[in-house]
Design a protein around this ligand. Structure first.
Ligand code: NAP
Length: 519
């Protein structure tokens, strides 16, 4: 029996329990996990609150040591992660190894960021005591940690967007304590990483409240966390229904708090009318790879393609169907995801004007959760009449939508929901002639791509993994890349304080030698 990690203590192991299920064969995995009680949630929040001030005073250099030690610790348990994570998620071993690498890489990226220190956006406005008609006071501002952050593990990134994933790494980088709500589908993976976090906290002598890991249901444990007055922000990746429920809950609190939920996106792909017909082969190969990668379970999965109709469209559809026929079915992450994929496809297929060109029958029968690819087609006229076609179908399916004129695309774009990505394919010269369309598309997405597919998100300085609602609940943010740290910090201005009291980032002599805006 395993239980929650509450700072350096363990939760009550005699509580109600749950087990994870192997999505490849439907078998329950042997370990029981005790669900956290309301008191345990409160204990974790109390500890996190106690850790807030000590953590906010830890220097960038010390945070970098913690983040790098944690990365080394996670890299060292990859052999333990492989059997546990493959059994819990159906993901293959190479993916476990790759995601371990990405998780450690993210931690090291944030280590470098906080060590350099520029991210705090230091602004110095020196006093002008002799200014007329009024003297100007000394004002110095920088970003400071927001306080304890509740992080929800993502089903589709059991490492890179879970216990020590991007949300937690960016919150620690900002100097915030983190309480993680494990996903019911991969508790064993969460526990392995959680134990490394605890041993790293001890090694680095961080306050124990800097981390807790809670097992239990979203609707009880998750909601209790979000409602707790000690929690000051939320990081989430998952369904629109779940993210929206947490957003509404956070806004209904006496003290509303920011929720950074990354939710649903169909990541539309637009083929411009001038696209060279000779590129259909290369395009359909790339689309197949992107749409079926990880059984289509990526937030940036390209779900809808708008393409010129007529001969071009016919050629594209038949080339794409042939390619998708070669894709084998694979287990999805959990039965719920497999069922909603099946349900989503059947809703789409029942829309007026939609034709299923190819479908591999999925098996979500409780024994296994296998899904295969699906290709559907419709016209832009039918698509525009039925907004349900814009809903995310999370899995390896593609809806191909033919259009006759760019004016139809321009009309449609007005109604397109917010997206993580929009991809445009065509020739360089088309960019100029379709400027208006592209300007409108830019309003809809956090990342706009030319002649490239949206999956395989680069973790770096310039990446934006965000977008207008419903892609996220806060289109001003990114959950991937160094910019993610900004979600968990807020600007504080110090007015009139003596130099020896000010944080190092704001001292007159700039002892950390960081870039600052100085007036
Ligand atoms: P989910 O159902 O939204 O669950 C994510 C996490 O939020 C889980 O920990 C869950 O708790 C919790 N949760 C869900 N609803 C909640 C609520 N009303 N109140 C409090 N907590 C709540 O997502 P999922 O299990 O990962 O997948 C379900 C569907 O989400 C997929 O079929 C897909 O459509 C979508 N999805 C989208 C993305 C994306 O990036 N676009 C990624 C993953 C999933 P439990 O552990 O109790 O379930």
């Amino acid at each position: 029996m395993e239980s929650s990690l509450i700072g350096y203590s363990r939760g009550d192991a005699s509580a109600k329990t749950f087990q994870a299920t192997n999505p490849a064969n439907g078998e329950e995995l042997p370990t029981n996990y005790a669900m956290a009680s309301e008191e345990e949630v409160m204990d974790a929040c109390r500890l996190a609150n106690q850790a807030s001030i000590p953590l906010s005073q830890i220097s960038g250099a010390e945070k970098a040591v913690f983040l790098r030690t944690l990365a080394d610790g996670i890299a060292a348990i990859v052999e333990n992660l492989v059997p546990v994570m493959t059994a819990e998620t159906g993901l293959p071993e190479p993916r476990v190894r790759a995601e371990t690498g990405r998780t450690c890489g993210q931690l090291r990226m944030f280590a470098k960021l906080v060590e350099e220190g520029h991210w705090v956006d230091a602004r110095i406005d020196r006093a002008q005591p002799n200014r007329e008609p009024l003297p100007k006071p000394d004002l110095r501002a920088m970003l400071r940690p927001i306080g304890p952050v509740a992080v929800f593990c993502a089903s589709n990134f059991p490492l890179a967007f879970s216990v020590a994933g991007g949300d937690s790494a960016s919150a620690w980088a900002a100097g915030c304590p983190v309480i993680v709500k494990a996903h019911h589908a991969h508790p064993g993976t969460a526990l392995l990483v959680g134990q490394v976090v605890v041993s790293t906290l001890k090694k680095c002598e961080w306050p124990e409240g800097a981390f807790s890991l809670m097992f239990g249901e979203g609707r009880s444990v998750g909601q209790s966390l979000v409602k707790n007055a000690q929690i000051k922000a939320v990081g989430f990746t998952g369904s629109r229904a779940g993210g929206r429920a947490l957003f509404d809950l956070a806004n209904a609190r006496e003290e509303p708090i920011p929720v950074f939920a990354e939710m649903s996106s169909i990541n539309p792909v637009f083929l411009l009318p001038g696209m060279n017909r000779e590129r259909i082969e290369e395009f359909t190969t790339g689309l197949m790879g992107s749409a079926t990668l990880g059984v289509g379970q990526f937030c940036t999965n390209p779900g809808i393609v708008f393409h010129p109709g007529g001969e071009f469209g016919d050629k594209l559809i038949s080339a794409y169907v042939e390619k998708m026929k070669s894709v084998e079915s694979c287990p999805m992450l959990h039965q719920g995801i497999c069922e909603s994929y099946k349900q989503g496809l059947s809703s789409l297929a029942s829309c007026e004007g939609v034709k299923v060109e190819y479908e591999f029958e999925s098996e979500c029968d409780g024994k296994s959760s296998y899904a295969g690819p699906c290709v559907l087609r419709t016209s832009i006229a039918d698509f525009s009449r039925d907004s349900s076609m814009m809903e995310e179908v999370f899995g390896p399916s593609t809806l191909l939508v033919s259009y006759d004129s760019v004016d139809q695309l321009l009309d449609l774009v007005q109604y397109l929901e917010g997206q993580l990505t929009v991809s445009i394919f065509g020739e360089k010269q088309d960019l100029k002639s379709q400027e208006l369309l592209i300007d409108h598309l830019e309003l809809k997405a956090g990342r706009i791509l030319f002649n490239q597919f949206p999956t395989g998100v680069e973790v770096c300085e310039a990446i934006v993994h965000g977008g207008p609602y419903p892609a996220t609940t806060d289109g001003r943010s990114t959950s991937v890349g160094t910019g993610a740290v900004l979600r968990f910090a807020r600007p504080v201005c110090y007015q009139g304080f003596p130099d020896d009291w000010l944080p190092a980032e704001l001292k007159e002599g700039n002892p950390l030698s960081i870039n600052r805006c100085e007036v």
